[in-house]
Design a protein around this ligand. Structure first.
Ligand code: IPE
Ligand code: IPE
Ligand code: MG
Length: 250
């Protein structure tokens, strides 16, 4: 059985989609624009996809917006990205509330400029009642950093007698990650054709379906999103079982 409609059944919507929004720079370059123009177009594309996920009733969307490695980009670009983020946070918060979107972040947010940290806390607080779509921005995020922080916290809790070593299992580890309380992504999308994870959600993507499109992120429209969804519906997710077991569960 695939994720697609079987007989009269409606297709199972993915509960959580994670996207690596890549290719802003190449999109701009192709058009003779600055990289910052590419990032601005990228934010517009992201806002449209957020709206679309809300309409489709996909409950969790996680967007890779800035990686722990992106700090190594030229200072001008890093500052440009931070001010772009700040501007949109202040501008978009009302519309997030209106559309039932709650904002969350994952990553080492303490590395972000204080102004951005404050704006993020404000918008997260203001939108916390939103239940239609849980929108998570991965900011200053790296999966190895996230796992390292989780290991440190688990070790400290063991040392302080809060948890016993034999209570450490997969669920407990998940609960120490930044993504605690979120289901694992069912579908991972990367734009601009790159076939790599780039340190994104290494633990959580264990059984996600992977989809890569050559489209640059600013060109990732609703119809590109539909293509990713139809591809997802055609997949058979076996989770280690055989096809027969999936079709006739015992
Ligand atoms: C993705 O686009 C946005 C961020 C990483 C912040 P890029 O800036 O990586 O665009 P390319 O890969 O250079 O085209
Ligand atoms: C991944 O894109 C990070 C984001 C989209 C925020 P990069 O452009 O930084 O990834 P690499 O360097 O090509 O692997
Ligand atoms: Mg890139």
């Amino acid at each position: 059985m695939t994720n697609a409609a079987v007989n009269d059944e409606l297709p199972t919507l993915p509960k959580h989609i994670a996207i690596v929004m890549d290719g802003n720079g190449r999109w701009a370059n192709k058009k003779g624009l600055s990289r910052m123009e590419g990032h601005k177009a990228g934010v517009d594309a992201a806002l449209e996809i957020v709206k679309y996920c809300g309409e489709l009733k996909i409950p969790y969307l996680t967007l890779y917006a800035f990686s722990s490695e992106n700090w190594r980009r030229p200072t001008e670009e890093v500052l440009g990205l931070m001010s772009l983020l700040y501007g949109y946070l202040t501008k978009e918060s009302d519309s997030l509330v209106k559309n039932g979107v709650s904002l969350h972040t994952i990553g080492a947010s303490n590395r972000l400029p204080e102004l951005v940290q404050n704006a993020l806390s404000e918008v997260c607080e203001k939108t916390k009642a939103g239940t239609r779509l849980h929108l998570t921005l991965a900011l200053s995020y790296g999966a190895r950093d996230e796992i390292t922080r989780a290991v440190q916290k688990i070790a400290s809790d063991v040392q302080n007698g809060l948890i016993a070593i034999d209570k450490i299992n997969e669920t407990l580890v998940s609960d120490y990650l930044d993504t605690r309380k979120m289901p694992d992504p069912d579908l991972w999308i990367r734009t601009s054709g790159e076939m790599r994870l780039s340190n994104f959600l290494l633990w959580q993507l264990s059984y996600a379906e992977l989809y890569v499109t050559p489209a640059y992120w600013p060109d990732f429209t609703r119809s590109e999103f539909d293509k990713a969804l139809s591809d997802f519906y055609a997949r058979e997710r076996r989770f280690g079982l055989t096809s027969e077991q999936i079709v006739n569960p015992s």
